[in-house]
Design a protein around this ligand. Structure first.
Ligand SMILES: *Cc1c(COP(=O)(O)O)cnc(C)c1O
Length: 367
């Protein structure tokens, strides 16, 4: 990524204070529960190490998708527990997990068998995943008792945390929320009281429609909230702060006649004599190519519309309505002035995808 010289001004500014603020909001919502800071996919594109540094005092542990992401944090000196949300792909990872205190999710029998057959320097803390209705990962509820027993009777296992994941927690009145909650509650009632529990992602944590129960030892897994996004439309939080500000400079300006076409495929036509600004950011930087005409960009204090197809390195904006604009002016693609969720809505995706797809050629600047 960054190896000294940077001339290109396109950048993603990462705000440590925003990350810290949002982590405090998560902490507040989690109450007495433990908080797992989810920093997979390079901290949702913000830089996992940056995020870990910002939130390590506020969360109780970290979660990533897989072992390589965890080892990057260990190499950077973080020694909190780290949960591997996809679990291990092969038994070769188990001794590494034991050595580095990584806590794999266990979601199929092959992973249990591997643990039973492993010889480890230290027993593992594992997270047993049950599929309460999302149908992506985990043991069916009927298989949980047997899986729990196998793990709890295994000397290679130090502890078991029973977990599940909601499919539709963003939607307040989705019927599946109640179904999943009910199935999980039944399982929890039948497990030993020493088993720790974890069901909530950000949306479930914020949603009053999902009752997380009263177990103070449970773990809330929060990702997107840390980055300043409320993924629900119904739940309230204290104001969040955008952790990423993605910016690019104006590198060209031109006036085009009414009827002129702009960009590849001539997808945008000037309905009147128009002023076009070209920004130095494109789909190779992670700005989605499928962003439609009209997608908002923040420039010189107002929103201006994208005009024309996104190129690999550039986009074009209709700045006819702007009072003043000059080469070198800095536009914000998303950030404190233009919520990433607003941009995601316009593009037909979600904030998660926009944030984590900012490509490595965009330097991250921490402040
Ligand atoms: C990514 C992930 C989370 C975090 O979800 P957010 O919506 O970002 O809070 C929680 N749990 C699991 C299993 C995940 O994969």
């Amino acid at each position: 990524m960054s190896n000294g010289l940077h001339f290109r001004p396109t950048r993603a500014e990462i705000s440590m204070s925003a990350l810290q603020h949002n982590a405090q909001v998560a902490r507040h919502h989690a109450g007495k529960c433990n908080l797992l800071g989810v920093i997979k996919a390079d901290g949702y594109g913000h830089g996992a190490i940056t995020v870990a540094r910002a939130i390590s005092g506020t969360v109780d542990a970290f979660a990533v998708a897989f072992i390589d992401e965890a080892l990057q944090l260990r190499e950077a000196g973080f020694n909190q527990p780290i949960v591997l949300l996809e679990g291990c792909f092969s038994e070769a990872e188990l001794p590494v997990c034991a050595h580095y205190n990584l806590q794999p999710v266990v979601h199929h029998q092959g992973q249990i068998d591997a643990i039973l057959n492993a010889r480890l320097v230290k027993p593992l803390a594992v997270w047993l995943k049950t599929d309460t209705g999302m149908h992506r990962l985990g043991f069916p509820p009927a298989a949980v008792k047997e899986a729990t027993q196998q793990l709890e009777n295994c000397p290679q296992v130090a502890s078991v945390t029973l977990m599940t994941h909601f499919a539709n927690a963003e939607v307040a009145d989705d019927a599946l929320n109640q179904v999943q909650q009910q199935r999980f509650a039944e399982l929890c009632a039948s497990t030993s009281p020493t088993t720790a529990l974890s069901s909530a992602n950000t949306a479930a944590l914020l949603s009053s429609a999902i009752d997380l129960g009263t177990d103070p030892g449970q773990w809330c897994r929060t990702g997107i909230l840390l980055y300043g996004v409320n993924p629900t439309s119904h739940a309230r939080t204290e104001p969040l702060q955008a952790a990423m500000r993605l910016t690019a400079p104006v590198i060209a300006l031109r006036d085009v006649a009414a009827g002129a076409a702009v960009g590849y495929g001539s997808r945008w036509h000037a309905g009147r004599p128009s002023r076009i600004a070209t920004l130095a950011i494109g789909y190779a930087d992670g700005y989605p190519r499928h962003a439609p005409n009209g997608t908002p960009v923040w420039l010189n204090g107002q929103r201006v519309p994208l005009a024309g197809t996104v190129s690999m390195d550039m986009i074009t904006l209709d700045v006819t309505e702007l009072e003043s604009v000059a080469i070198g002016d800095e536009a914000e693609l998303w950030g404190p002035n233009l919520p990433v969720a607003t941009v995601a809505d316009a593009i037909g995706t979600i904030s998660y995808e926009l944030l984590c797809r900012v490509s490595p050629r965009v330097p991250r600047h921490c402040k």
